[in-house]
Design a protein around this ligand. Structure first.
Ligand code: SAM
Ligand code: SF4
Length: 327
């Protein structure tokens, strides 16, 4: 189906990132260094609201939904959320981005409910460093979760690694050895500046170019991507079963290929990760009668999507940290 979500710059949107909670049990130093702190009496989208919003996006041509957070697997109804979204035949890919702490226990249930893809965040392959970055001594548990994903039948697992100077930027060889015989797509994400994270950004941001130069020098080749793929530049090598991806939001033209929209855990449509207050959808999610109005609001909201983010000017919009909008 052709996407009916087209913006003023002729970009088409096939991919929705849906946050289902702000809550997280980790304290990653670049995201929630002091842990999740509840603010006010925030109510996250209910299962019925998730059904309505996902079905509206499916009707508008969305092919892929990624569940994110916070930590999405903290939702007690996570399996029901997966099954509900997969009721939409148009949603061919349903992915989750998770810190992985529940995977060893639950991934088979997620897959049985209809989850088709999984991204796990692993910033270090050293257990002590993993603990230092995330605030949680759960490296072994997360690794067991990745094994469990393969056992459950996922043919590939994506791993997100936030690239940080003097933390993991010298570990390319360790990461490469790890994926040599494993079908893992390891994606280095450039550290992004957020409202809360200016200091860490100044200290640890390093461009993905460093990695790209090394990969190209060692014979890795860039792969072409399909229309609902994420923002990574993906590299392959005949000696490696795994792949390496680079997500470089500061690179010129990064926004040209933008194909994704976001809905926050309180039901605001965000046109850009580093955007604005968001367009409220929640007043239209309470019952099925508002379906037409919901679809119209999503379509008209998209007209105000800007051509590019303003990160280069140190302007991170209202994004204090990525846990509330899902990265
Ligand atoms: N809790 C889940 C997790 O960590 O995978 C999902 C939410 S988390 C906000 C989504 C992704 O954003 C993770 O891969 C995380 O590493 C990444 N992230 C968070 N803050 C970031 C930042 N300031 N710069 C780059 N990536 C960031
Ligand atoms: Fe939690 Fe994910 Fe943020 Fe880490 S990156 S604190 S796991 S939301």
């Amino acid at each position: 189906m052709v996407s009916q979500l087209t913006d003023a710059f002729a970009r088409k949107f096939y991919y929705l990132r849906l946050s289902i909670t702000d809550v997280c049990n980790f304290r990653c130093n670049y995201c929630l260094p002091d842990g999740y702190k509840p603010t006010g009496n925030k109510q996250f989208l209910t299962l019925d609201e998730i059904r309505r919003v996902s079905s509206a996006f499916a009707e508008l041509g969305t092919e892929k939904i990624r569940l994110t957070g916070g930590e999405p697997s903290l939702r007690r109804d996570f399996v029901d959320i997966i099954a509900t979204i997969r009721e939409n035949a148009a949603i061919k890919t349903l992915a989750v981005t998770t810190n992985g702490y529940r995977m060893a226990r639950d991934i088979q249930h997620w897959r049985d409910a209809g989850l088709t893809a999984v991204n796990v965040s692993v910033d270090s392959l050293d257990a002590r460093q993993f603990h230092a970055i995330t605030g949680e001594d759960k490296f072994t548990q997360v690794m067991a979760g990745i094994d469990a994903a393969f056992e459950a039948g996922f043919s590939k697992v994506k791993v997100n690694t936030v690239l940080m100077r003097s933390v993991n930027d010298h570990s390319l060889n360790t990461f490469m050895n790890w994926i040599k015989d494993r079908p893992i797509q390891l994606r280095f994400i450039e550290l992004m500046e957020t409202g809360d994270g200016s200091d860490i950004f100044r200290k640890h941001h390093v461009s993905g170019e460093v990695i790209r130069d090394k990969l190209l020098a060692q014979g890795w080749q860039r792969k072409t991507q399909d229309r609902s793929a994420g923002p990574a530049q993906v590299f392959v090598h005949s000696d490696y079963q795994g792949e390496i991806g680079l997500i470089m939001p500061y690179e010129k033209d990064f926004c040209e290929t933008c194909n994704r929209l976001r809905v926050s855990a309180v039901g605001n449509l965000h046109l850009c990760l580093f955007g604005e207050q968001g367009i409220g959808l929640r007043d239209l999610l309470g019952d099925d009668e508002h379906r037409e109005a919901l679809i119209a609001r999503i379509q008209s909201g998209l007209k105000s999507k800007k051509q590019t983010h303003f990160l280069h000017q140190g302007n991170s919009g209202i994004t204090q940290n990525l846990s509330f909008i899902g990265g």
